[in-house]
Design a protein around this ligand. Structure first.
Ligand code: NAI
Length: 480
């Protein structure tokens, strides 16, 4: 029986390993983590992450061939294949701070593997890492090897939160990079055999190590670049009277462009896009490729611009001040169908409004009050350093209240902001919301999910990103 161990029971390690266990009943899969509370949650009724379909998969194999444990050394020692899926945040200090990937967690996992291994192993990079990380890992392992042979593979994960289980069941492709030696090819084949249990062979791509590592950074950079491109267009649409939804539809019909990832919004978020682009920028700079670095930097700049633009629009349309005004925030997660708030645009929008002394009433169906208060009090990049050492909850801000109902959030509010595209926000009773709000009542749709005309008929002053402006907004002060 092949044994797999995955170090890191997070958004990637947990779902990925659960699906491997489900699809490969003859493989024993152990997911290990230093976070005692995370492992306890994986073993309990309330899983540590919300992901549609995940609970069902976990329940089918937990205790059968899927195990969650804090006994890291035991499971690593016993495994034939060790996946490393630890967090790789942006460095906050020292060389490359604010850009380079912090490989502290990765390095400590590699050293631990070297210390406890008694048999040959395939070590798989599942985390997103800078290109050439495998070389560093190889050095750590071989210099501490005591005759044990390691093969390093890069097998980046392309799942998207919110659709992780669907993506894992039916991936567009699985990418495996390895050394071009006979041993390297043998290791690639061993990992291919695992995925071949459910992924068609023509979707399993094999490359050299560096191509696999770089492909993950490149894929995220391309995806984020599409969002920044359409968001840049949204600003031009507002200035000209074009409608970004119509523009997206028109250009998406071109098969060379395609329709996906063309929704304009308040900006992208999530733990990966910004971090991975910064990492890419840093690698380009280290290789003397300034123009290339600047090109990708711009994707992040436009994203920041879009969030600022949204805040400015809110403040300027409310007579240039939101001081003391109640504003309802609907949605805090970085996208629908996840409770993940890492780098969510809601943090920047809320901080912007709080900076102008607004009072916020926040509702998200999957995010706890604790998490929201913590996110609003943390410094940039601190959130990913590391989950098990998260600070105690800060004292709740008096300017922020978190409620469990959209209607309550909007009661007596001057404005409502939609910051996550949760389906339930599309079907709220907006007449009821309007009736209970201060007048003029504003809606700022940061996800373009609402019917602007209907809302205007009710009496709202509506701002929807990239859509023709309400005369009200044209009359208010110019937005940066
Ligand atoms: P996460 O923060 O949810 O999980 C990482 C886990 O690793 C944490 O539970 C942490 O306690 C644990 N850990 C850290 N050091 C450890 C050690 N030495 N020994 C044992 N456990 C340790 O992170 P997430 O989101 O799962 O991401 C992991 C990697 O996958 C990152 O490199 C990320 O860029 C990449 N990735 C993430 C995707 C996502 O959608 N979240 C998608 C694709 C890739």
């Amino acid at each position: 029986m092949v044994k797999i161990c995955c170090i890191g029971a997070g958004y990637v390690g947990g779902p990925t390993m659960a699906v491997i266990a489900l699809k490969c009943p003859k493989i024993e899969v152990a997911v290990v983590d230093i976070s005692v509370s995370r492992i306890a949650a994986w073993n309990g009724d309330q899983l540590p992450i919300y992901e549609p379909g995940l609970e069902d998969v976990v329940k089918q194999c937990r205790g059968r061939n899927l195990f969650f444990s804090t006994d890291i050394e035991k499971h690593v020692a016993e495994a034939d294949i060790v996946f490393v899926s630890v967090n790789t945040p942006t460095k906050t200090q020292g060389l490359g701070a604010g850009k380079a990937a912090d490989l502290t967690y990765w390095e400590s996992a590699a050293r631990m593997i070297a210390n406890v291994s008694k048999s040959n192993k395939i070590v798989v990079e599942k985390s997103t890492v800078p290109v050439k990380t495998a070389e560093a890992i190889e050095k750590i392992l071989t210099h501490n090897s005591r005759e044990i042979k390691y093969q390093i593979l890069s097998n980046p994960e392309f799942l998207a939160e919110g659709t992780a289980i669907q993506d894992l069941f039916n991936p567009d492709r699985v990418l495996i990079g390895g050394r071009e030696t006979p041993e390297g090819q043998k290791a690639i084949q061993a990992l291919k055999d695992v995925y071949a249990h459910w992924v068609p062979e023509d979707r399993i791509i094999t490359t050299n190590l560096w191509s696999a590592e770089l492909s993950k950074l490149a894929a995220n950079a391309f995806l984020a670049q599409r969002i920044s491109s359409v968001n840049a267009m949204s600003a031009l649409c507002e200035a000209t009277g074009a409608d970004v939804t119509q523009v997206s539809h028109a250009i998406g019909k071109d098969t060379r462009i395609g329709p996906r990832f063309l929704n304009s919004s308040v900006g992208f978020g999530g733990s990966c896009f910004q971090k991975d682009i910064l990492n890419l920028v840093y690698i380009c700079e280290c290789n003397g490729l300034t123009e290339v670095a600047n090109y990708w930097k711009q994707v992040i700049k436009v994203n920041d611009y879009q969030k600022n633009r949204f805040v400015n629009r809110i403040v300027s349309s409310m007579f240039n001040t939101v001081s003391g005004k109640k504003i309802a925030i609907l949605g805090f997660a970085f996208k629908k169908d996840t409770g993940d708030t890492r780098e969510t645009p809601a943090i920047d929008v809320c901080k912007g409004l709080l900076g102008d002394k607004a009072k916020l009433s926040i509702y998200d169906p999957q995010v706890t009050e604790d998490q929201i208060q913590r996110d609003l009090s943390m410094k940039r990049f601190d959130w990913d350093h590391p989950i098990h050492l998260q600070p105690m909850s800060p004292p709740a801000s008096k300017q922020v209240s978190v409620v469990w109902d959209a209607y309550q959030a909007a009661k007596d509010a001057h404005g409502v902001c939609i910051l996550t595209e949760w389906d339930e926000f599309k079907t709220l009773d907006y007449q009821k919301i309007f009736d209970n709000m201060r007048k003029p009542a504003y809606i700022f749709d940061g996800r373009n999910i609402l019917d602007v005309e209907k809302l205007r008929e009710i009496g709202f002053i509506v701002y929807s990103i990239g859509k023709p402006l309400d005369p009200w907004h044209k009359d208010t002060l110019a937005v940066a």
